[in-house]
Design a protein around this ligand. Sequence first.
Ligand code: GTP
Ligand code: MG
Length: 277
Amino acid sequence: FYRAAASPPSSNFLLLGPSGAGKTAFTTLLESKSSLGPKKSTSTHTSQTSTLITVTLPPTVPTASNRYRSVNDPSLKEASKNPVKYRLRDTPGHGKLRASQGIAELQAMATSTDTKTKLRGVIFMVDTAALVDEATLRDTATYLHDVLLVLQKRALGKGKSSTKRAAEIPVLVAANKQDLFTALPPGSVREKLEAEIDRIRKSKTKGLMDASMDSAELDAEDDDVLGDDDAQSVFSFTLLEQVGIKVDVTGGAVKGDQQEEFGSGVRRWEEWVGMCL
Ligand code: GTP
Ligand code: MG
């Protein structure tokens, strides 16, 4: 039942989300926390390419395989000598780069049978101070909708064909920038995203019906509806649990003078990663 202290090299996580959410800032922070060397400058700029980094999970963060162990368990001491590592891929969030990078990366990793590139989880980062803006909310929700649709297709597709069900890929919505006083709390981030995804999925369903009335050829890639087939119901992330996709919305802050005060900095996100390992 207990796995070896060192995690397998197959622990890959994908970092997605719109431009400016703080993905590269988060990646840089994790990288500097993982290395003993001098802290690198944490200034970032809009990314145009993906980067892959190896991160060390802080030894105080529990993992799914050691959470039942007592603190006196000698194997825990062993674990701190042999820290758990995982890999994180930072992607550019710019709208024009999503299809070719974030979504393409997700599709490749989610369907990969190679254990080296197997995907353990998706972190979708959002700027919680920017969501009050209608256009930003729309853009963010559209991206998240597309990400969840890829995962839903994967979950449904595998169930049909193979005997073994595809291992679920959980999603963490990292509600970043909780240090800003204009930030929305994680609960309302969740509500806003769910309501906006609901709108997106309803207009998609309507578009599909119009298209079939025109007897226009349906794009086979695009005929799926996220969540319940019954688009009358209101979308919520819990709907996706039916197909095995778990979505958590958790607050935090990469920056800020007293990060710990604001949703414990990045600690809760590290705990989420730990529970996937
Ligand atoms: P793209 O590469 O364009 O997809 O954006 P990104 O998600 O990588 O954003 P990036 O990490 O470059 O961060 C954008 C800006 O947000 C930077 O100026 C960061 O310093 C800032 N930022 C990131 N996290 C936080 C946070 O928790 N609080 C505050 N106040 N600012 C943050
Ligand atoms: Mg970036």
